[in-house]
Design a protein around this ligand. Structure first.
Ligand code: FAD
Length: 490
């Protein structure tokens, strides 16, 4: 196959200055046959012993090369497939012109978290999954390009907070500081309202900060993107638990509208004997101790000791993150046990691959039936039952069915449960008239409005566990409805 360089790109000259826009009258000719760029990554053996970022992103040359693979579609399916409708071909065109600042400004017209989304969004299910190039070649590495644009602009000091409309005199309160709340807060502030974010924890970002490990999402990236929203004039207040320190009723007395983005921080437990043994914990607790309390450091106040054999139960992103964190604590083995098959795993394919490369062992079609401890109530073994795949269930995935007489025991010092989560019920329990649905999710209409006037919700608190992008989409949808309602309010 002959690979020809596109007309507009002159490697090694124009690309050296990645921040200055350049102009050219030449017609853009895409080069889809170029291999998809991947960027460099820490080697598996090395990264399994540290918490530094694994993927290093694209170099300027790689980004420029990748940008030339984009077909620049007139009606881009990637933009339509992005939950926040980022103008993808337009930002990629800026990168082709060496204008990372312009690229990130284009992204930030619809998404305030470009460096975060470039790192953690499941692009394969959204933009990259819809990329026309994917029919014949590999899709454009849109996530990596988004990350490159954001990182390059930030390093060059060109990441500008979006402009805000003149002050309206209206006030909105936002509960939680995860991606859903941050997106809602930014859109409300963009419209000129005074916005205050109330967060229960001592730091901001929600799951991005307490759930997703540093080796996937460095903390300075979260802080910098939140700083950008602060620079728009949004107030962030930490250590306020809504439903206890203040109630939704209190907020309604002081604000014109309230957005609840309190997430789904309550772990689901399997409900089997032995869950209270020492050594059994939820992924939520395990990851929070690592990410927020730095329990991986021996000098931490409450350092983690996982023992020799760690077993993680589950097959989603939380399970993968917990397994990879556990691996970095140096046990003899980390085994991930999932009750369905590899094909049904909800975790991102890239993260499954990363985990396996780092030495996490995967066992499929296994369901725990009992945690077994010693006389001091320390976990020693897990009893499993083998599963077979039956008919598809409500989720469309084939249902695991127990295989009779297949029980066996596996040695284990630490068991980390990552089988799902649901909303913490504190707001639901302390807010009269707030309708809730299955597993305690807050019920909303098509605009994100709850059963209460002036109260909106979105993200994991209405979905019970989804993705960063869907949480952002909900935050933006509700903010649009609140902005409309406040504009009509005398
Ligand atoms: P959250 O991010 O959960 O934020 C809610 C915030 O509200 C928290 O900070 C919480 O402390 C605060 N809060 C809760 N109750 C109150 C209260 N009463 N008062 C004040 N504050 C309150 N998605 C992806 O797209 N890609 C990934 O790679 C990915 N990896 C993940 C890894 C893990 C370990 C987990 C758990 C989830 C992952 N997800 C991933 C899912 C994604 O992180 C969530 O869907 C997303 O963060 C939900 O955003 P949110 O704003 O609705 O809630």
């Amino acid at each position: 196959m002959t690979i020809t360089a596109p007309l507009r790109i002159v490697y090694g000259t124009k690309l050296k200055n990645t921040m200055e826009p350049t102009t050219t009258a030449k017609k853009y000719i895409p080069n889809p046959q170029l291999p998809r760029q991947r960027g460099s990554r820490q080697a598996p053996d090395e990264r399994a012993t540290n918490f530094n970022e694994v993927a290093q992103g694209l170099s300027a040359e790689e980004a420029a090369r990748e940008a030339t693979r984009c077909l620049n579609c007139k009606n881009p399916p990637c933009t339509a497939a992005c939950p926040v409708n980022i103008k993808i071909p337009e930002f990629i065109a800026c990168l082709r012109d060496g204008d990372a600042g312009g690229a990130v400004s284009k992204i930030m017209e619809t998404s305030l978290l470009p460096a975060i989304c470039g790192r953690v969004c499941p692009q394969e299910n959204h933009c990259e999954g819809a990329c026309v190039l994917g029919k014949k070649f590999k899709p454009v590495a849109i996530g990596l390009l988004e990350r490159y644009a954001a990182d390059t602009a930030r390093k060059a000091g060109k990441l500008k907070a979006p402009a805000t409309a003149p002050e309206t005199g209206k006030k909105a309160a936002v509960v939680g500081s995860g991606p859903s709340s941050v997106s809602a807060a930014a859109e409300l502030r963009r419209a000129g309202h005074k916005v205050t974010v109330y967060e229960a924890l001592h730091d901001f970002g929600g799951v991005l900060r307490y759930g997703i490990p540093t080796f996937r999402l460095p903390r300075e990236i979260i802080s910098q993107e939140i700083a950008n929203v602060k620079a728009m004039g949004v107030d962030f207040v930490a250590d306020v638990l809504i439903g206890s320190t203040l109630t939704i009723e209190d907020l309604l007395k002081a604000y014109d509208a309230v957005y609840i983005g309190s997430g789904a921080g309550l772990p689901t437990m399997p409900g089997i004997p032995g869950e209270n043994l020492v050594g059994v914990c939820s992924a939520n607790e395990f990851l929070t101790r690592i990410n927020l309390m730095h329990a991986y450091k021996p000098e931490a106040d409450t350092p983690l000791n996982v023992g020799k054999k760690v077993v993680v139960l589950g097959g989603g992103n939380s399970a993968m993150d917990a397994a990879r964190c556990a691996k970095r604590l140096g046990p003899e083995s980390v085994t991930l046990a999932y009750r369905r098959s590899r094909d049904e795993m909800p975790a991102r394919a890239e993260e499954v691959e990363n985990a396996e490369e780092e030495g996490v062992k995967m066992e499929f079609l296994l369901a725990p039936v009992e945690f077994i401890g010693d006389e001091k109530s320390n976990l020693k073994k897990i009893k499993f039952q083998r599963m077979a795949l039956g008919e598809p269930d409500a989720s469309g995935r084939r249902k695991p069915v127990p295989v009779a007489g297949s029980e066996f025991e596996m040695d284990c010092d630490t068991a980390i449960i990552a089988i799902g989560q649901r909303p913490n019920p504190i707001i639901q329990k302390t807010t009269g008239g707030l309708s809730t649905g299955r597993h305690g999710v807050i019920v909303v209409d098509d605009s994100g409005k709850t059963s209460l006037d002036k109260v909106y919700s979105g993200g994991d608190s209405i979905r019970g566990g989804a993705t960063v992008l869907l949480a952002m989409k909900d935050g933006k949808r509700a903010a649009a409805a609140i902005n409309k309602f406040l504009a009509e309010k005398k």
